[in-house]
Design a binder for this molecule. Structure first.
Ligand code: PEP
Length: 253
């Protein structure tokens, strides 16, 4: 047993117009209203954040951004800052998702700057890391994760990291229908927690939530959540439908 409250986070990616996002958020808020034992976060597209925030204000659903830029403001066309996210009610922000790394050139160094901006603005950063299929096959999983963690978290103090959340998302399992087995997830989560313990001590390592992400569905969540070091999930495709996502939130213990 540990004191970490599970977090189930929904990444809506580039899906849903503003009105669709409001309707989905309202339905979801209703479906999960009795489940206070789990923190639940949704990350709609930027254009829907403010309206969704209003729609869920009396629920226990939280809001997150899917990305941010590290500057507070300026001539950075197309970007969104940390204070813009907090101004519309965001509590969390997803950073370094593999799709951002793959399609938008994000690196561990840019991820590091984004986490700094999130921490400085009291946003809870969800740092996404994960190995590709090729890296897993060549047995490089742990060295890849080691580098992503060490570079992503370079220069942070213990105090900076109290609100950090890590999402282990093997790239080969995102949107592919392939899930890591619960044992594979646990092996990596244990490794990540021991890395945190080495760098920051046991107290912080034991308090940080490590989520699993990659084709999480209602029928595999319970098995994953039964693992000692799996503290929740980052869910893509299956978070778009309120009933399906609610079934994930109501996983069997
Ligand atoms: C994700 O987008 O973070 C994700 C894990 O997607 P999916 O659940 O669709 O694999």
């Amino acid at each position: 047993m540990n004191d970490r409250k599970p977090l189930i986070a929904g990444n809506w990616k580039m899906f849903k117009t503003c009105s669709e996002a409001i309707a989905t958020a309202k339905q979801l808020a209703h479906l999960i209203r009795k489940n206070q034992a789990v923190d639940v976060m949704i990350a709609p597209p930027f254009i829907a954040l403010e309206k969704v925030s209003e729609a869920i204000k009396d629920s226990h659903l939280s809001l997150g951004g899917q990305n941010l830029f590290w500057q507070s403001e300026g001539a950075y066309t197309g970007e969104i800052s940390a204070n813009m996210l907090t101004s519309v009610g965001c509590e969390y922000v997803i950073i370094g998702h593999s799709e951002r790394r793959q399609y938008f050139g994000e690196s561990d160094a840019t991820v590091n700057r984004k986490i700094r901006a999130a921490v400085d603005h009291h946003l809870k950063p969800i740092l996404c890391i994960g190995e590709s299929e090729k890296e897993r096959e060549s047995k490089d999983t742990f060295s890849v994760l080691d580098k992503q963690m060490k570079t992503g978290l370079k220069g942070f103090s213990l105090d900076d990291l109290t609100s950090l959340i890590i999402a282990y998302e093997p790239v080969w399992a995102i949107g592919t229908g392939k899930t890591a087995t619960a044992d594979q997830a646990q092996e990596v989560h244990r490794f990540l927690r021991s890395m945190l313990a080495t760098s920051y001590g046991n107290t912080l390592a034991n308090s940080i939530r490590i989520l699993y992400g990659g084709s999480v569905k209602p029928d595999n969540i319970s098995e994953l959540m039964a693992m000692a070091d799996v503290d929740g999930a980052l869910v893509g495709g299956a978070s778009l439908d309120p009933e399906t996502f609610s079934n994930i939130v109501h996983f069997e213990k």
